[in-house]
Design a protein around this ligand. Structure first.
Ligand SMILES: O=C(O)CCC(=O)C(=O)O
Ligand SMILES: [Fe+2]
Length: 367
C-alpha cells in the first residue's frame, strides 16, 4: 500500500497566482510554491494568467460547436486527417477497457507540415486543422486561433518557471523544444454528456498525460475532474473560474528522473441534466528529441525532496508507454495510432500493421 502518512501528500490542488511570477519582489515566492507543487502534487490551479481575455472570447463558442449536425461534424472527421486533427464521435475511445463517454474535436496551433519525401513518417504527425465551415460558427476559428497562440506563449513562459523552480535556470528546458516553425501544440474541445440512465459514468478513465505540460480550461461549472494523491485517494479538482488547471505529463516526469511528478487523473461523467465541457491544451516537445538521451541531473537538495515524497504505490492509471530509444515523434505517432486506429489504418498503413498485425475491429484506446 501507499504510505498515506507521507508528510507532503495532498488533499487539495494548490492555487498559484501567475502575477507573482511577473514581479521581481514576489517571483521567488512563486518559484518556491511551484517547486513544492511540481514535486509533491503534479497539478496546480493557475490564476491571473494572461490568457484570460482569450478565454472569455472562446467560452461561448464551445457548447455551440457541438450543436452542429452530425453530418456537418462528420465533414471534419479525424479519419480525413493524417495529422490526427478533427472530430471524434461520442464513445469512440476506451480507457482501461471502458468506453469514454465524450465527444471531441482535436485542434492545434497553426502549423505547416514539415514532412517531405524521404523524411520519417512521424514528421507528418503535425499539420493544419480541419475547421467547421465559417458561416456555421462565425468568429469561432479566429477566437480559437488567438486562444491557442496565447496558451502557447504562456506554456513557454511557464516552462521556464518550471525550469527555475527545479534549479535548472530559466533556459533549463529549452532544448526540448524545436524552433517555432517546427513546433505544434494540440488542444481538444471536449463535451462530456450526461450518460444514459444506467450507463457508464466514465468521462475519461484514469490516465497520465503523455507530454510535458497540460493547460486545462474547465469550460462549464461541473465537478468531475479528480486527481489521485500519493495514498491513492481521488481528490476533486472542481472548476475555479478564471484559472487553468496545469499538470505535468509523463515525458517531463521521465526527463526529470521523477522529480516533477506526473499525476494520475480521471473525469467522472456529469450528474444532473447538462453536459460538462473542457479544453485541454497539450504542450508538445520536439519531434526529433530522444528522451532517453536527455534525462537530467539535479542537485542533492532537489533529489532529497523527491526522495522524501516517495513513489506512488497504488494507482488506477494505465501505465504509459516507456520512453524508449525512439525519437519523441515516433513515440507520439504510435500513441496516436493506438488511440485512433482508423486514422492509422488509412494514413500510416505500415505502422498500423506493425501495431495491429491482425487488423483492428474495436475502439481506440485513449491512453
Ligand atoms: O476534461 C478534463 O477535465 C480532463 C481531460 C483529460 O484529462 C485529458 O483529455 O487528458
Ligand atoms: Fe489528462
Amino acid at each position: 500500500m501507499a504510505d498515506s502518512t507521507t508528510r507532503n501528500d495532498f488533499t487539495s490542488i494548490p492555487l498559484l497566482d501567475f502575477s507573482l511570477a511577473l514581479s521581481q519582489t514576489t517571483k521567488s515566492l512563486f518559484i518556491s510554491q511551484l517547486q513544492h507543487a511540481l514535486i509533491n502534487v503534479g497539478f496546480i490551479y493557475l490564476s491571473n494568467h494572461p490568457v484570460l481575455p482569450h478565454t472569455s472570447r472562446l467560452l461561448p463558442f464551445i457548447p455551440k460547436l457541438f450543436t452542429l449536425t452530425q453530418e456537418q461534424k462528420n465533414k471534419t472527421a479525424m479519419v480525413n486527417s493524417e495529422h490526427f486533427l478533427g472530430y471524434s464521435k461520442l464513445g469512440g475511445e476506451l480507457t482501461k477497457g471502458k468506453v469514454d463517454w465524450r465527444e471531441q474535436w482535436d485542434f492545434a496551433t497553426k502549423h505547416t507540415c514539415r514532412w517531405k519525401k524521404g523524411d520519417p513518417d512521424y514528421f507528418r504527425i503535425w499539420g493544419p486543422c480541419q475547421w467547421p465551415e465559417e458561416e456555421l460558427l462565425p468568429g469561432f476559428r479566429e477566437a480559437l486561433e488567438a486562444y491557442l497562440d496565447a496558451v502557447q506563449d504562456l506554456s513557454y513562459q511557464f516552462s521556464s518557471l518550471v525550469a527555475e523552480s527545479l534549479g535548472l535556470g530559466p533556459d533549463g528546458l529549452a532544448k526540448f523544444y524545436d524552433k517555432d516553425e517546427f513546433m505544434q501544440h494540440r488542444a481538444k474541445i471536449v463535451k462530456y454528456p450526461v450518460p444514459p440512465e444506467g450507463g457508464e459514468g466514465q468521462g475519461v478513465g484514469p490516465h497520465y498525460d503523455a507530454g510535458f505540460l497540460t493547460f486545462l480550461l474547465q469550460a462549464s461549472e461541473h465537478q468531475g475532474l479528480q486527481v489521485q494523491n500519493l495514498a491513492g485517494e481521488w481528490v476533486d479538482a472542481p472548476p475555479i473560474p478564471g484559472t487553468f488547471v496545469v499538470n505535468i505529463g509523463k515525458a517531463l516526469e521521465f526527463v526529470t528522473g521523477g522529480v516533477a511528478r506526473a499525476t494520475s487523473h480521471r473525469v467522472l461523467s456529469p450528474r444532473g441534466d447538462t453536459p460538462r465541457y473542457s479544453v485541454p491544451f497539450f504542450q508538445n516537445i520536439s519531434l526529433t528529441i530522444r528522451l532517453s538521451d536527455e534525462v537530467m541531473q539535479f542537485p542533492p537538495e532537489i533529489l532529497n525532496l523527491r526522495d522524501e515524497r516517495g513513489d506512488v504505490a497504488a494507482t488506477d492509471s494505465v501505465n504509459f508507454t516507456e520512453f524508449n530509444k525512439e525519437p519523441s515523434g515516433k513515440v507520439n505517432l504510435i500513441g496516436r495510432v493506438k488511440s485512433h486506429p482508423d486514422v492509422g489504418e488509412r494514413h500510416y498503413p505500415a505502422l498500423f500493421k506493425e501495431i495491429f498485425p491482425n487488423g483492428f475491429h474495436g475502439k481506440g484506446s485513449a491512453y
